[in-house]
Write a protein that binds this ligand. Structure first.
Ligand code: FE2
Ligand code: FE2
Length: 333
């Protein structure tokens, strides 16, 4: 999931002076991007473009992996066998998304160990949404509807990202994300249409808690998003944070009506002049607090990842030993 908010790194430092050769290469690169060409791993690219992509793709990968935790928490408590099977499949999909994306980032010359180390030491970010707790079963439905829904909005334009390995990974990921959204919406619809009064209240409570953090997933407002302009020029980002957020709000209003839930924003209303819904102010102080490591579950999420990595050491070692043994056998044959 969830890349738009991931481009929240520092403003890039000034580039060193370039040689005439570099300038010519860079011009050719810019012309290719301008002409709608896709860049492959072996192609020449400016260092700044490479670093931007490494940051974005690796933080996207971390988000997929950390994103398994809030939902994985409910696998043992899913209300029916069908819901459990669906949730297991979804969580497993997210692991796959993380792996495609780590592999895409590796094509840019960074290693899996470097990326994992950046996550575990707190240098790399992941989407702030996964630092909120999942308090009830309705949260799992709402995550599918709103969080995976926001992920789709963010990610569909990335299937046209100028860096081809990233774009290709996103094509596969987006197909699965649309299933994720539908299963969440379906779980909520079942509770709203066939559930008890208590279950309907549970759904409304989950919507109340997840609505604003979902809007934050699109990242800071355009005027405070330092890397947006460059990323758009390079064709990494195709649609701005605010435009995607607006698209998401417009789509969610109709879906909320069908569900029979209220979105927790008294200022949310249709603006005929703009042809869009107006909505209330987002609490950006909360967003930056959570991105900065002080959300409700940041410590717990990171601790769970570090523990999983440490507990898995023997598996990685065994797999490497097995691969070495196989290679020796093949050489001997
Ligand atoms: Fe995903
Ligand atoms: Fe997903």
């Amino acid at each position: 999931m969830y890349t738009q908010a991931m481009d929240t790194g520092p403003k890039e430092e000034r580039q060193p002076l370039r040689s005439a050769d570099d300038a010519a290469l860079e011009q050719r690169f810019e012309d290719r991007i301008e002409g709608g060409d896709f860049i492959e791993a072996k192609d020449w690219m400016p260092e700044h473009y490479r670093r931007t992509l490494v940051r974005q793709i690796s933080q996207h990968a971390h988000s997929e992996i950390v994103g398994m935790l809030p939902e994985g928490n409910w696998v043992t408590r899913a209300p029916t066998l069908k819901r459990k099977a669906i949730l297991l499949a979804k969580v497993q999909d997210e692991a796959g998304h993380g792996l495609y994306l780590y592999a895409a980032a590796e094509t840019l010359g960074t290693s899996r160990d470097q990326m994992v180390d950046a996550l575990h030491s707190g240098r790399a970010k992941y989407s702030s949404i996964f630092n909120y707790p999942t308090l009830s079963w309705a949260d799992i439905g709402v995550i599918g509807w709103l969080v995976d829904g926001a992920a789709i909005m963010n990610q569909v334009p990335l299937t046209r990202c100028s860096y081809a390995p990233y774009a290709r990974a996103m094509v596969r990921i987006c197909r699965e994300e649309s299933f994720h959204q539908r299963q969440g919406y379906d779980a909520l619809l079942t509770m709203m249409e066939q559930g008890t009064e208590g279950q309907r209240a549970m759904v409304q409570d989950a919507v109340d808690r997840w609505w604003w953090p979902s809007l934050m997933m699109f990242g800071p407002p355009d005027e405070e998003s330092p890397n947006t302009a460059q990323s758009m020029r390079w064709g990494i980002k195709r649609i701005s944070n605010d435009d995607l957020r607006q698209k998401f709000v417009d789509a969610a209003v109709a879906q909320a009506q069908v569900l029979g839930v209220t979105l927790p924003d008294p200022l949310l209303r249709w603006n005929a002049e703009r042809g869009h819904h107006d909505f209330g102010a987002i609490d950006w102080a909360e967003f930056w607090r959570v991105v900065g490591g002080h959300g409700p579950c940041n410590k717990e999420r990171l601790a769970a990842r570090v523990k999983a990595w440490d507990d898995g050491t023997w598996v990685r070692e065994a797999a490497l030993a097995h691969a070495r043994k196989q290679a020796t056998k093949e050489r001997a044959a």
